[in-house]
Each structure stands twice: as C-alpha cells, then as structure tokens.
Design a protein around this ligand. Structure first.
Ligand SMILES: Nc1ncnc2c1ncn2[C@@H]1O[C@H](COP(=O)(O)OP(=O)(O)OP(=O)(O)O)[C@@H](O)[C@H]1O
Ligand SMILES: [Mg+2]
Length: 478
C-alpha cells in the first residue's frame, strides 16, 4: 500500500533527512512541516496515514500535537521522535495513543521499519472501515461476519447448498460458528417457512434420546401415560439439525441411519412406520474418520451425512476477520447493554489481533461482551478488555485465594503445590521407585527424599499393587 506521511519538526535539517530517506527507500508520499500549528491546519484538510512528530518544539509540544491529531484524524498513526533524555515523555506519548516512538540520533533502518509496521497496521484499519461498510450492507448473511477468503468461500457454499436437499456435515473446533452456519443454510433454503429443530446429541441423556427423537406411544414404558411427538416429527417439512452428532451412541446411530436412508422411523412402542420429509444438517467437533477407525462412529452413517461438507477453521487461521468480528460484537453488545460505544482504540485492536483464541470466535465474543460492560466511554480501550490473564487464572484455579495472601505465603503455596504434584507424577511413573524417580528428575536421591517428607508423600503408596490415587489435592496437602 502506498501511504501518506507527514513529518513535523522545528529543525529543518531533520525534515530534509526524513524526506530523503522516505523518497529513496519507499513508495510513500511525504510532506513536511516545521511549524506544528501549520501541521494542525494541514491535517484538517488533508489525510495522512502516518505522522512523525518531534516532541520538543517551540510553538506546541509533540504531545499536544498528538492529542490534536487524535481529535482531527483519529485513524492516523503517530510516531514521536525524541532525544535520548526524554524517553519518559515518549512513553507517555504511547500511552496517549502514539503508535510508537523513535529515538535520536536516527538510524535509517529503524525509520524504515517503523514506516513498514505502521503501513501494515493502516492496511488492517483500512480494511476495517471497508468491512464496516460491508457489514452495513448485509450480504444476506447478516449474522455471519467475515471477509477472509475462507469465509467468502463458505458464503458461496451456503448459497449453493442451501436450496438443495443435500445433507450437510459441518465440522470444526468449538466456537467456530457451526450452529450459525446451520441456521444460515436453513434460512436460505426453500424450507425457510418450516422449522429448524435442533437436537443436541450431547445434552440429551442416552436413555431418553430415542423417545425425544422419535416420540413414543402411550404405555411404551413406565411413565409414558400418553402419546408424545418427537423432534423428528416437529422437523417435518423443515430442517433437523443434529448438533454434536459425533456423540451419538452407536445403537442410536443405527436408528438415525434408517431415518436418513428411508425417511422412515418408528416412535418408541409403536409398530407403525412413519414418514418424515426432512432436510438434515449435522455438526461435530470430532474427527469422525478417527471415530470410525475406533468403531465409535458408523462408517455408513458418515457417508450419508458427508454429502455437502463445511470445514470451519479455527479463528487463528482467519485473523483478518478479527476487526470486523470485533465491530460486529461491539454493535451487538452495546445495543444489548444500552451503551454508546462506537470506537475501538488502536491499542485494543492491536492486542485483539495478537490473542491466541483457543475458544475461537466464541472467545472473542465473550471478551468483547465483558469489555462493553466495563467500558465507560465511547471508545473500547485496552484496559476495558481483560486480556492475557491466562497466568492469573491458572493460579486462581489452583488456589482461588492466592492473590489475597502475602507474596511470601503465595509463593510458598505455589511451590508446595508444584512439589507435591511433580513428585506424585514422578513416583507414579516409577512405580514408587525413589532412585529411578530421582534419576528421571535429575536430582539427588536424598534431596528427593527430603522433598517427599516436606509434602508428606510416601513412596509405598506408589508401589505396584497399591492404589496410586492418593487424595492429596492442592487444598488438603497445603
Ligand atoms: N463468522 C461469525 N460471525 C459472527 N458471529 C460468529 C461467527 N462465528 C461464530 N460466531 C459466534 O460465535 C459463537 C459460537 O458460535 P457457534 O455456537 O455457532 O459455534 P459452534 O461451532 O457451534 O461451537 P460448539 O462446537 O462449541 O458448539 C456464537 O455466538 C456465534 O454467533
Ligand atoms: Mg455448537
């Protein structure tokens, strides 16, 4: 991307230097100003992607200029330039929204690297704006958001698959939008006037699953004191969504297969075969092929389901959708909470882009929801988002009171937990053989003995033939 850069410094030599470096090494446009007041005027009429500004200038400080820029051109990235002695002010500038700072004397490479970083970031922001427009236009999938190639592909497949009767199998890790896609397919199908009935194969206990699915007749079993319709009947002329189908028990898989193959089923306790006109969509986060190998999933059922396949990627494989998803959830949760938050600070967005998201889109959604609740201005800021607290929560899972203890006590407690857990694992692996355990751990046998005594562990308990599950959970051992 060819961008526009403005350099503001009261020293003319500096301006010339920057102009030369940028012109000779990049394809970006560059303008210079030696008077910050003029720079402000210029920013009102002209847009820039990046502004380099000196911190110490006679008419207006760099910090003041930074604040002005954030007012007039909130999307421009500002990099402050500072002499060695004023690093603290530079750091303050980054807290006030500067993208970065560079220190004098300047190195050409450092300047170029900074420009590259900013332009990449501007590209994301630019897309973001375009995406927000796309969001407003609603491509017919108002609830599903994404413009990454993978998502474009998915939208195209939904359009193609929805109007057919083809059975759909949606796979992907938890929180990637499987249910969302299922609903979109139903809503874009010719059956949209019918219902989409969801069967959560994990949530319904095995012993009532058959009757939940197929219904039962009066007297079929104790407690069946009248006929009851099942979910299959409710989905007639509509869509049956079999969520978490990989968790269905094999004998129920067989009954499901019959329904898929012949469109027929029998309510529990009935001899009369019934017919149902149903479109099937199934979802799972299992690897069904592995389940087939291990005889947990029927191969013939898999092929019945796997006619049209959607494979949803984890969020980390479509990071470019994060800004759009973030704005989507921001809109959703500001409306739900009656708040007026319209912007997301650059730092917050940067941090969101860098998260790991093992819980995928659902995790991002939860982060934004929490952020909206804690945000008290019209801009969602980094401090509103509780990010990077994995370590804190790891410890608070181990010991909820940890952060109420003194440093000494907390540290002793964690070390105690570590010793106890480590030694137990070590000894169960060595079958209670202390010499071998010490060897594996690379410590002296005597030292291991001392530690065992400290955390009250007896090697005897780990000898073969004895129970190895000592009940030394963290609480009771400390
Ligand atoms: N592309 C997307 N656009 C907007 N929201 C999304 C998107 N993908 C997922 N979500 C949201 O993320 C949350 C999780 O999605 P969903 O329940 O469909 O995931 P799932 O794959 O079925 O997860 P699980 O396997 O845990 O059931 C939902 O609130 C959903 O609306
Ligand atoms: Mg789901």
């Amino acid at each position: 991307m060819a961008g526009k850069i403005l350099v503001v410094d009261d020293e003319k030599d500096m301006l010339t230097l920057f102009q030369r470096i940028i012109k000779e090494n990049t394809g970006h446009e560059v303008a210079v100003e030696n008077d910050p007041l003029k720079a402000v005027e210029r920013l009102r009429t002209d847009s820039f992607d990046l502004v380099f500004t000196d911190l110490k200038m006679p008419k207006m400080s760099g910090i003041k200029l930074l604040e002005k820029i954030k007012e007039i051109r909130s999307n421009a990235s500002v990099v402050v330039m500072t002499a060695y002695g004023t690093i603290e002010t530079a750091v303050e500038a980054t807290h006030k929204g500067a993208f970065d700072y560079i220190t004098k004397p300047f190195q050409r490479e450092r300047i170029l690297l900074t420009i590259e970083k900013v332009m990449k970031w501007q590209e994301v922001l630019g897309e973001n704006v375009a995406l927000r427009r796309a969001l407003a236009e609603k491509e017919g999938f108002s609830t599903i958001v994404g413009t990454s190639p993978i998502m474009r592909d998915i939208f195209r497949c939904i359009r193609q698959a929805a109007p057919t009767m083809g059975t759909v199998l949606i796979t992907g890790p938890s929180g990637t939008g499987k249910e969302l896609i299922a609903r979109a397919i139903h809503e874009h199908s010719l059956r949209y006037t019918g219902k989409m009935i969801t069967v959560n194969c994990t949530a319904i206990p095995e012993n009532v699953m058959e009757s939940e699915l197929f219904g039962h007749v009066k007297g079929a079993f104790t407690g069946a004191w009248k006929d009851k319709k099942g979910l299959v009947e409710a989905a007639h002329l509509g869509t049956l969504f079999l969520d978490e189908v990989g968790d269905l028990k094999p004998w129920l898989q067989t009954k499901l297969l019959r329904l898929l193959q012949e469109g027929e089923y029998k309510p529990v306790g009935s001899e009369i075969t019934r017919k149902a006109d149903i479109r099937f969509i199934a979802a799972t986060n299992h690897d069904l092929r592995a389940d087939i190998q291990e005889k947990r999933f029927r191969e013939d059922l898999f092929y019945r389901l796997n006619v049209i396949r959607f494979e949803l990627p984890p969020l980390k494989e479509k990071k470019q959708d994060i800004p759009l998803l973030t704005y989507h959830f921001l809109k959703k949760y500001t409306a739900l909470n009656g708040k007026n938050i319209t912007e997301i600070s650059g730092n917050a967005m940067k941090a969101l882009m860098q998260q790991e998201y093992p819980g995928n889109v659902r995790e991002l959604e939860n982060i934004i929801e929490r952020g909206v609740i804690f945000c008290s201005t019209n801009t969602l800021k980094l401090k509103d988002l509780s990010l990077d607290d994995q370590h804190a929560s790891l410890f608070s899972n181990l010991a909820p009171d940890l952060f109420r203890l003194s440093f000494r006590e907390a540290k002793d407690k964690v070390i105690h937990m570590f010793h106890s857990q480590y030694i137990q694992t070590l000894l169960s692996e060595s079958g209670g053989n202390v010499s071998r355990a010490a060897d594996t751990a690379g410590i002296q046998r005597q030292y291991l003995h001392r530690l065992m005594k400290e955390v009250n562990i007896d090697a005897e308990d780990f000898k073969v033939g004895k129970s190895t599950s000592r009940e030394t959970d963290f609480e009771s051992s400390s």
